[in-house]
Design a protein around this ligand. Structure first.
Ligand code: CU
Length: 139
């Protein structure tokens, strides 16, 4: 029993050294299809390869996740009031898991440097309704 636990721990450490850090992201709330939520299982990771496993847990609404580089966690993203969306031409858009149907999962792997980031959904109105979370990458 003990030998098995040691072997499993060593394997886990080896995996951590070579593989991307996995961040599970959930879009929406299964208890309320209209809820606008962006939740992560880690708010901070070390620099390097980061794999975002993004799941739309809403029952009725299309969501997405865009990784945005920001100067600091209090930055306000520029909003196009007519479109009711963040103006993607004015942000540091690093990549996205776009247009996930309800129940759909997509993965996005990025190599991230230390700094502040936002994860946002830019479906019409969703950023303004709270689909944003802070994300930090450390050295
Ligand atoms: Cu959304």
């Amino acid at each position: 029993m003990r030998a098995w636990i040691v072997a499993a721990s060593v394997l886990a450490m080896m995996g951590a050294a070579s593989a991307a850090t996995v961040v599970a992201v959930k879009l929406g709330d299964p208890a309320d299809p209209k809820a606008m939520t962006m939740s992560v299982d880690k708010t901070s990771v070390k620099a390097g390869a980061v794999q975002f496993d993004v799941t739309n847990v809403s029952k009725a609404t299309v969501h997405e996740m865009i990784v945005v580089s920001v100067k600091n966690k209090d930055e306000k993203l520029p909003v196009d009031a007519k479109k009711d969306q963040v103006d993607e031409s004015k942000i540091k858009h690093l990549g996205e898991a776009a247009d996930l149907d309800p129940g759909q999962m997509k993965s996005l792997t990025l190599t991230l440097k230390p700094g502040a980031y936002f994860l946002i959904c830019n479906q019409t109105g969703h950023y303004m309704q709270g689909m944003k979370t802070n994300f930090t990458v450390t050295k």
